[in-house]
Structures are given as structure tokens and as C-alpha cells.
Design a binder for this molecule. Structure first.
Ligand code: AMP
Length: 283
């Protein structure tokens, strides 16, 4: 497995792979790898010849009062996990090379960030679309794989790739969960044992919503009320949003016609947890 830190070296290696007709699959991450990340490596590996995984905790997507400094990091273990998983290249750029002195170019979508996570995290999506654009220019992938865990992020990248004509296929991977249902996340490392029950209310409320739809409920307000009630059983949970919305635009919908996204964000003390599911009327 190659470990590349230099942007130029990564670009040259990507050029060489392309000259050798190798299809490049790319999995961008912020590290502290878990099975959710590694499932995306599998998808990239099944569809490509060479898998590049990047690890970069992107300062541009964190607001001033967010957890950039405390975000969990373990580069040594990440490299081991990537090696075991058969990743071909780990790309580890530094913040100074991604955002050198004088940096001033940003990529921002007009509407998608005005929903869900974008409302409480104003710089979040601008930071993501900017760094992903840079990473696409550096890694030069044919395929890029993102998790449905961050559904709005996946929708944003799909939209950006379409709007800006990136010649890249975007693939989504399903949410990987712990055996108890908790969606895997690097931030789960912050959870203390006694907070686990409150954290599990997210996946439990999602299961409940799925059951409501299976039983014939289509009214978004009723589902949102019941999901909110389950999340509110725990005093530590501060709900950021519970939304039922269009799967591409994230615009709220009042009823589930065919399918719609149920998306939830909760701050458990200061730990931000998100979860979602696509509710399908046909089961
Ligand atoms: P992150 O390191 O949190 O920025 O995540 C990197 C990529 O892994 C993103 O595309 C995430 O959506 C994806 N990801 C994170 N957690 C999961 C999960 N539990 N299941 C599937 N994909 C995930």
C-alpha cells in the first residue's frame, strides 16, 4: 500500500494509473476509520482497479464552536485498517497544502445547504464542496464513493458533480450500523456508556417511522411528531431537526407519495449525531 502526502505526487500517480488504463476509485474520509468507511472501500474495489482513500480532517467545514480540535484521530490505526482492507493508496494531505496562505477559492451550492445540517452549520457544505473539488482534482478518480449516512452530503456531491460537469461517477453506500442499531460514526467515540441509550433513540425512532409507513401512514407531520416524541424521551437529547423531505432537493414534503427521506440530527450533550432512512410507501 502506498502512502502519499504530497499533492503533486498524488496527481502524478493518478496520471500514471490513468495512462495504464486503471480505473481509480476514491473514498474521501476524515479518518478514525470504522466499518462504515471500510464498506465504501469494498464498493470502490468492486467497481475499480485501484482504490485511493484520503484522510483529511477538513478545517473549512467546521464552525468556530465545533469540534475540529477534538475530532478523533488515529493515523497509525487508520493506515493499518486500510492496509488490511486492501486499499492501494492512502492520501494524507496536510491542511497547509490544501489551504495555503492566501487561499481564497470556494465552491458553494445555492440551495442544498439551506436545509437540514446546513441551517445549524453555516459553513459545513461550503467546506465540503470546496475540499471535495480539490480532492477530485488531485486524485482524479473515475468513481467516488460516499456514504448514505451523510445523505445530504451525498445529494450535494451528486448535484455538484452534475452542475460542474465533473467526469466522475458518484456511488452511494448504505449506512453501516452497530449490532444495536446505532449508525457507525467516528463521533461515537465521544459517547459515554450512559449516553448509549439516548443515542439509540435515533435508530429506534427511524425503525418506528418505517413501521408507521409500512402500516399505511403517509402524513409527514404525524411521523415527525412520533419520531420527535421518541427522541424527546431522553433529556440529554437536544433535537436539531427531524425532517421528511425530497431525496434530491431536501425540500420538505407534507406526505410520502412514493418515497421521501427521513433525516434526524440530535445534539446529545455536545455530541452531534445524525441518522436517516428513505421511507418507501411500497415497503
Ligand atoms: P467521515 O470520515 O465521517 O467524513 O466519513 C467519510 C465517508 O464515510 C462519508 O462518505 C460518510 O458518509 C461515510 N460514512 C460514515 N459513516 C458511515 C456509516 N455508518 N455507514 C456508511 N458510510 C459511512
Amino acid at each position: 500500500m502506498k502512502i502519499i502526502e504530497s499533492i503533486t505526487e498524488m496527481q502524478q500517480y493518478a496520471d500514471q494509473l490513468r495512462a495504464d488504463s486503471k480505473k481509480i476509485g476514491f473514498v474521501p474520509t476524515m479518518g478514525y476509520l470504522h466499518q462504515g468507511h471500510l464498506s465504501l472501500v469494498d464498493i470502490a474495489g468492486e467497481n475499480c482497479d485501484t482504490v485511493v482513500l484520503s484522510i483529511f480532517v477538513n478545517p473549512a467545514q467546521f464552525g468556530p464552536n465545533e469540534d475540529l480540535d477534538s475530532y478523533p484521530r488515529n493515523e497509525g490505526k487508520d493506515i493499518e485498517l486500510a492496509r488490511e482492507k486492501g486499499v492501494d493508496v492512502v492520501f494524507l494531505p496536510s491542511a497547509d497544502t490544501i489551504y495555503p496562505d492566501g487561499y481564497q477559492s470556494y465552491v458553494e451550492l445555492a440551495h442544498l445547504p439551506n436545509h437540514l445540517c446546513g441551517l445549524s452549520r453555516p459553513v459545513f457544505f461550503k467546506g465540503i464542496t470546496t475540499v471535495v473539488t480539490q480532492l477530485f482534482h488531485i486524485v482524479k478518480p473515475h468513481v467516488a464513493v460516499f456514504g448514505e449516512k451523510d445523505f445530504q452530503q451525498l445529494a450535494t456531491i451528486r448535484r455538484m458533480v452534475k452542475d460542474l460537469k465533473f467526469d466522475i461517477e458518484v456511488m452511494g453506500g448504505p449506512i453501516v450500523r452497530e449490532p444495536d442499531g446505532l449508525a457507525m460514526s467516528s463521533r461515537n467515540a465521544y459517547l459515554k456508556d450512559h449516553q448509549r441509550k439516548a443515542a439509540l433513540s435515533l435508530s429506534r425512532s427511524i425503525q418506528h417511522a418505517r413501521q408507521m409507513v409500512a402500516d399505511g401512514t403517509t402524513d409527514a407531520t404525524s411521523i415527525i411528531q412520533q419520531v420527535t416524541a421518541i427522541l424527546s424521551e431522553f433529556a440529554e437529547n437536544t433535537i436539531d431537526y427531524v425532517s421528511i423531505c425530497d431525496t434530491e432537493t431536501m425540500d420538505p414534503v407534507s406526505s410520502i407519495e412514493d418515497s421521501a427521506l427521513l433525516a434526524i440530527a440530535v445534539n446529545l450533550n455536545k455530541i452531534r449525531l445524525i441518522d436517516n432512512t428513505v421511507l418507501n410507501r411500497q415497503g
